[in-house]
Ligand binder design. Structure first.
Ligand code: DAT
Ligand code: MG
Length: 150
């Protein structure tokens, strides 16, 4: 089953939207495999957002993501990466569709509430960056037999 890395960013934590974000992923039928509240260091932030190094918004992105605690999570499910990106909505909240996290809860690209991996490669890299193996929990989620009918 596919895993993805999801992070509630500092604005999401400060605005008390963690429960709202988590509820949407739970309600979809995804399974929570790992979760922690953490303060991201400058160096972890730069590694995580390495693909954006050199872009004009890079330093403000690093300042923002290190500005307060985040909630790092691993979620699992069929097509978890694509499904989570769809639930998040487009990167720029003004373009994100109503019904999505960013479409419903955010106004600006600089404070867009949530991160989700965009490919299997980035999911593997990001999960490894934020979680050790023993922080990812294997367990039976009883309602899964109602989520997957095959
Ligand atoms: P996403 O978070 O949807 O995967 P991304 O990986 O392209 O988007 O960019 C990472 C974050 O960087 C994004 O959530 C917000 C910020 N960002 C992206 N493009 C930006 C821009 N043009 N101006 C300001 N911030 C930007
Ligand atoms: Mg991205």
């Amino acid at each position: 089953m596919e895993k993805t890395f999801v992070m509630i960013k500092p604005d999401g934590v400060q605005r008390n939207l963690a429960g709202n974000v988590i509820s949407r992923l739970e309600n979809k039928g995804l399974k929570l495999k790992g979760l922690k509240l953490m303060q991201i260091s400058e160096s972890l932030a730069k590694t995580h957002y390495g693909e954006h190094e050199g872009k004009p918004f890079f330093q403000s992105l690093i300042d923002y993501i290190t500005s307060g605690p985040v909630i790092a999570m691993v979620w699992e499910g069929e097509n978890a990466i694509e499904v989570t990106r769809n639930i998040m909505g487009e990167t720029d909240p003004k373009k994100a569709a109503p019904g999505t996290i960013r479409g419903d809860l955010a106004l600006t690209i600089g404070a867009n509430i949530v991160h989700g991996s965009d490919s299997p490669e980035s999911a593997e890299k990001e999960i490894g960056l934020f979680f050790s193996q023993d922080e990812i929990i294997d367990y039976n989620l009883t309602l899964e037999s109602w989520v997957y009918q095959d």
